[in-house]
Design a protein around this ligand. Sequence first.
Ligand code: AMP
Length: 310
Amino acid sequence: MSVSSRSSKPAVDVVIVGSIGIDTVETPHARRESVLGGSASYACAAASFFSRVGMVGVVGTDFPKAYHNLYKKFGVNTEGLQVVPGQTFRWSGVYEANMDNRRTLSTELNVFASFSPKLPESYRAAPYLFLANISPSLQMHVLDQMKRPRFVLLDTMDLWINTARDALRDVIRRVDMVTMNEFEARHFTGRHNLISAARQLLELGPKYVCIKKGEHGSLLFTRDSISLLPAFLIENVQDPTGAGDTFAGGFIGSLAKGGAINRKAIVRAMLYGSVAASFGVEDFSLDRLAKLKRAQLNQRVRQFQRMLAG
Ligand code: AMP
């Protein structure tokens, strides 16, 4: 038994479960084949700027060593990353000229199809949990193994809304906060009006609902408040893949660092998430985040704060 598994202090502040994939992405600018992607990759990388992060996921034996090393470079704890015989999850998509609309060309779950996550003992008492985009049954399985997280965030996508709606509703009932883009929120609730859609999500149990509106920013709903946060706009968007995951990772990492959990702290963490996402889209895959320095991130946060105040 390792020291970390005997002690009650968790080895990480934030546990993140999600997809870990090899992506092929085509934008109007370029096409990149077999690059590192997946919701957990983006989220863990972004969260690692603020907190100690533990990754839960699975890859096949084909997963390149260079990508394992990249997680290490971010300082991500990969004790919860399983390597099993078979092929890694693969996804490919193509963006239209406006970079907003994306078409999924293929999704191959591969090793994720039979994945049964077993959380390392050193993760179980972590205070923050992010159930990033992956099947709701896997999200539930991870949630069940956590001891008593202070704060649980959930993200999802249209595929799970279409194919696993009931399971998704069951997990949503058990989390503190849900993040969806406006289309997913409308699709899941059947309400076009975003206030009604958010209210329906809040009625399931979460205290906070964050609805993302891409370049138009994000909204935070509680039972008695609505907060608005613009996006940090940048001119040079190379690849929007993973922007939502980077936003959520930056969000939960900075929330964990701050320690408080209230509306004000959540909006502040959303600001950090937006800034992390604005860097992420400046290049393909995790390329920009891998070069990003904490000082550059802080500088953009200050710039964003001045824009909001001014
Ligand atoms: P986003 O742009 O936020 O939707 O995230 C894109 C990332 O999600 C890509 O890196 C994909 O590998 C991953 N992804 C695509 N489809 C799925 C899926 N069905 N489940 C989990 N992750 C997915």
